[in-house]
Every structure is written in C-alpha cells, then in structure tokens.
Design a protein around this ligand. Structure first.
Ligand SMILES: [Zn+2]
Length: 142
C-alpha cells in the first residue's frame, strides 16, 4: 500500500473529527486554526496507530521561550530535550497580528516517535526527528 493510499483512507475514516477538534487545539494549545486541523489529524492518526500521543506543548510565549533558552545555556536543562529555538524563528512562538497565540508547531510525544515522525511527514508536516539536531515529538507547518 502506498503512503497516499493510507492517508486518503485515514482522512475518510477521520471524517469531520479533525475540524471538530480545532476549537480544542486552538484554545488549549494556542494553535493557528489551519494548523490545528492538521495537528488534530496527526493526533488521531497516532492514536489509531496505538502510539498513545501526548501533547506537551503548543504556543509558547516568546519571553518564556527566551528564558528557557537562557536556562539551557546556563546548564539548567530540566524538562528540555533540545536547546529551545530562537523565539523570533520558533514556530511555537507565532502570534497573530493582534498578538494572540497562533502557533504553527506542536510537541506530541508518542510511544514510538520514529513511527509518529513518518506519519507526520506523510500528512505533510515537518517532523523534528528529521532536523539536523533531532527534536523527537516536534511537528510544525514547515
Ligand atoms: Zn517543538
């Protein structure tokens, strides 16, 4: 079975669920509406694959991100897997024109982050696992 085939079947099976989940991903995780629908599809696909997806981060306040980066640099790395990205470049820190959270990235840890990355890529998302400095569980709009 080619990738596109299972993605189409997945989307048919998912029906309206990803769209219905958008308000949750927007309000609970500060995601951009368009990206929220894609993140919801990824969540559902990982759940269906038995990967027990767990969302750990969506929008991050640029000031908090800068503080996390500074903490990493001074060796305080509790709870961090990789050095947080520059807030001006991180898709976790995107805001709307009014300054509201509008993240284009989500961190979703799965029982198998390798398989989750393959699923995310097939769904058109950029998977952090494939970054030069791998960031397992990170997915963004690319
Ligand atoms: Zn991330």
């Amino acid at each position: 079975m080619v990738m596109e085939d299972w993605v189409m079947k997945l989307k048919a099976w998912a029906g309206k669920w990803p769209e219905q989940a958008v308000p949750y991903f927007v309000s609970a995780w500060g995601l951009n509406r368009g990206f929220a629908s894609r993140a919801a599809m990824l969540y559902l696909a990982c759940w269906a694959a038995g990967l027990n997806p767990r969302v750990t981060s969506g929008f991050r306040d640029p000031k908090k991100q800068a503080a996390m980066r500074a903490a990493w640099d001074r060796g305080d790395r509790a709870g961090l897997i990789v050095r947080p990205a520059d807030p001006s470049k991180s898709k976790h820190c995107s805001t709307s024109i009014t300054g509201a959270p509008d993240a284009l990235a989500i961190d979703m840890q799965c029982k198998d982050n390798e398989l989750a990355a393959r699923i995310g890529k097939a769904l058109g998302l950029r998977a952090g696992l494939y970054f030069t400095t791998p960031d397992p569980g990170h997915f963004d709009a690319g």
